[in-house]
Design a protein around this ligand. Structure first.
Ligand code: GLU
Length: 311
């Protein structure tokens, strides 16, 4: 467990090492750094490399050196999720022992057939919602994945510091979601909840595209008896095709040899108008602006939706 210092605030930036930082991922990194500094807190970096097939060799080193070029240096050595599997296993064991998680023997095909047999189907983001087939046991089939039992959880309420009160009926809208995948890999939801709690994270600041995961994470925190951090989701930067900027849609790696320009562009997405002659001066002024604007957040009302680049 990482110790808290000073204000008790602990923030984090948690990139997946699937490629270098780009203009979109820097916005989340910068916002989490600024929020930590404005609160007199600590800022950690966690490399989320549980989904090994998606990881790119050398990407985590590249991300860390890009952050360092910009003056965004974590207060402790970065943690890699790939070294923390025993923690995830212990959490899953606890959930299974308390009946809150269960083994699932269904393939994708089984899930399709179960919905066909019931004459209806519920889907989300193009994926069928799990129909709950294995909730009462595997019926002699081998276990493939492990799922969280969402029945009876009710509607999950949480607050976004920018977007205000949020809610999601996880059972109806998402279903019993996967904690450990059929290929043996740990699911993002379990790893992130275990790590945020283990690292004492008080404030999660990350991109808007991740907001939809928050209700699941709040549910898992409750199931494991872990605290819920505060959440702030930052505006997205969209690529020319109108989708979230990503390596897949041609986001260029950040040119961190020009740190001031990178910081100014990311700061503009966050509604920060700061004039400075150097990156370190820009950061110092941006912390003051972040702290001064309506109590430790920018005037979010003035931050209008996503920013599009490359159009
Ligand atoms: N690793 C996730 C990503 O890069 C971020 C997870 C998080 O901040 O909760 O999209």
């Amino acid at each position: 467990m990482t110790r808290h210092a000073g204000s008790g605030y602990v923030g984090r930036f948690a990139p997946s090492p699937t490629g270098p930082l780009h203009a979109g991922s820097l916005v989340a990194a910068l916002a989490s750094w600024l929020d930590a500094r404005a609160h007199g807190g600590r800022w950690l970096v966690r490399i989320e490399d549980v989904d090994r097939p998606r990881c790119v060799a050398g990407a985590s080193e590249r991300i860390l050196s890009q952050l360092a070029d910009l003056g965004l240096v974590p207060d402790a050595p970065p943690v890699h999720q790939s070294t923390r599997e025993t923690l995830y296993q212990a959490a899953l064991d606890r959930l299974v022992a308390s009946g809150q998680a269960y083994a699932c023997g269904c393939s994708r095909k089984d899930i399709e057939q179960a919905w066909q047999a019931s004459g209806q189907a519920r889907a989300r983001h193009g994926e069928l919602i799990y129909p709950g087939t294995c909730r009462s046991g595997l019926q002699g089939r081998p276990a493939r994945a492990w799922r969280l039992r969402t029945a009876l959880a009710g509607v999950v309420h949480w607050n976004d510091r920018r977007g205000g009160p949020q809610q999601q009926d996880v059972e109806r809208e998402v279903g019993d979601f996967v904690l450990r995948r059929a290929d043996g890999l740990w699911a993002y939801q379990l790893a992130v909840v275990v790590d945020d709690a283990d690292q004492g994270i008080t404030d999660v600041v990350r991109g808007e595209d991740l907001a939809d995961n928050t209700a699941r994470q709040v549910l898992l925190q409750a199931a494991l008896g872990l605290p819920t951090p505060r959440y702030l989701h930052t505006p997205l930067v969209l690529g020319a095709n109108g989708e979230k900027l990503s390596k897949q849609n041609g986001a260029a790696p950040l040119a961190t040899a020009q740190p001031l320009a990178c910081l100014q562009a990311a700061g503009a997405v966050l509604g920060l108008q700061v004039t400075a002659h150097s990156a370190s001066d820009w950061l110092a002024q941006a912390v003051r602006a972040w702290r001064g604007n309506g109590g430790l957040a920018p005037r979010w009302g003035e931050v209008r939706g996503p920013t599009t680049i490359g159009a």
